[in-house]
Design a protein around this ligand. Sequence first.
Ligand code: DGP
Length: 118
Amino acid sequence: MSEETIFSKIIRREIPADILYQDDLVTAFRDIQPQAPTHILIIPNHLIPTANDIKASDEKALGRMMSVAAKLAEEAGIAEDGYRLIMNCNKHGGQEVYHIHMHLVGGQPLGPILTRQS
Ligand code: DGP
């Protein structure tokens, strides 16, 4: 049994968050430390700790995360100019919260996706 994170409390509305979208499968809310003018997190309502834990049975929720990202990008007015969808995994990926989440980031040019670490 994986341990819940703060994101489960956000899903259940036990702690405050700027929730933009919620349905039976996913929840989307503004990141507390935005890295760009638009920075939204889209998460499955059930706990999947990392991308390594994604199973075929999660495909419906993962697909919904993608379609909700497209809808929210459109609503934020950043669809035409473009944006970035990011999912970090584990230590090397820089994952901090162990409940998978897709970052929807945009509203300005984002530069190269990676800079090589020496
Ligand atoms: P990652 O490094 O991919 O695990 O990103 C975690 C993100 O979660 C980070 O951008 C900050 C955000 N975050 C962490 N705690 C909270 C919280 O309590 N509320 C909200 N809205 N965002 C949070």
